[in-house]
Design a protein around this ligand. Structure first.
Ligand code: GAR
Length: 209
């Protein structure tokens, strides 16, 4: 069973959608850890209710990003995590985590990237008056909402929409698309017959020894 760590900073509705998909057997994986950079975020309450282990940290308590990412990496290895799933984690991933989990970090963003990266993507699309926006799931690199696209789904902006109704429509797509995309991705990787991230790490360690 592939082990996921979900990283979140806010309400955690996508974290919930992923956890629900696991419980309902729509996603063959385990949510092994919630990583949260905001101890007061509602997502922490969701993880507690689901009995999912939590690693919460205050970035300001560390000298720099490398220092807290080093600690996160240690926690992820301890929990034998295979994939990092960003779900509203409002921070750029640094080189420490990128090097520790190459091609095993994905993100969801509420726009059709490369349009409207960054904060408040739904608000940006609304202000721009686009007729179509949507949701993107992509691999994470050092940039902001950049990296190879894995899946996208469009959401039409209706003449009767308000920002609130558009937000609801985009979020509904996110909650379905993210678990479905993770499931396809894990299946695809397994069918390629490659090692899981943990098997890969173990073989590297054995070669080093
Ligand atoms: C989601 O809409 C997610 O796509 C977005 O943050 C929201 C988190 O909501 N992420 C980004 O904008 C990444 N640049 P949630 O906490 O309810 O899952």
């Amino acid at each position: 069973m592939m082990k996921l760590a979900v990283f979140a900073s806010g309400s955690g509705s996508n974290f919930q959608a992923i956890a629900d998909a696991v419980v309902e057997n729509r996603l063959d994986a385990e949510v092994s850890l919630l990583v949260c950079d905001k101890p007061d975020a509602y997502v922490v309450k969701r993880a507690e209710a689901l009995d999912i282990p939590i690693f919460c940290f205050r970035p300001k308590a560390y000298d720099n990003k490398a220092a807290f990412e080093k600690e996160i990496t240690a926690r992820l290895h301890e929990a034998e995590v295979d994939w990092i799933v960003l779900a509203g984690y409002m921070r750029l991933i640094g080189e420490t985590l990128l090097a520790a989990f190459p091609e095993h970090i994905i993100n969801i963003h509420p726009s059709l990237l490369p349009a409207f990266p960054g904060l408040d993507a739904i608000g940006q699309a609304w202000e721009a008056g686009v007729k179509v926006t949507g949701v993107t799931v992509h691999y994470v690199d050092e940039g902001m909402d950049s990296g190879k696209i894995i899946a996208q789904e469009a959401v039409a902006v209706k003449p009767t929409d308000s920002l609130a109704s558009l937000t609801k429509a985009v979020q509904a797509v996110e909650h379905r698309l993210y678990p479905d995309t993770i499931q396809s991705l894990l299946k695809e990787r397994l069918s390629q017959g490659g090692p899981t991230y943990n098997e890969h790490q173990t073989s590297i360690n054995q070669r080093i020894e």
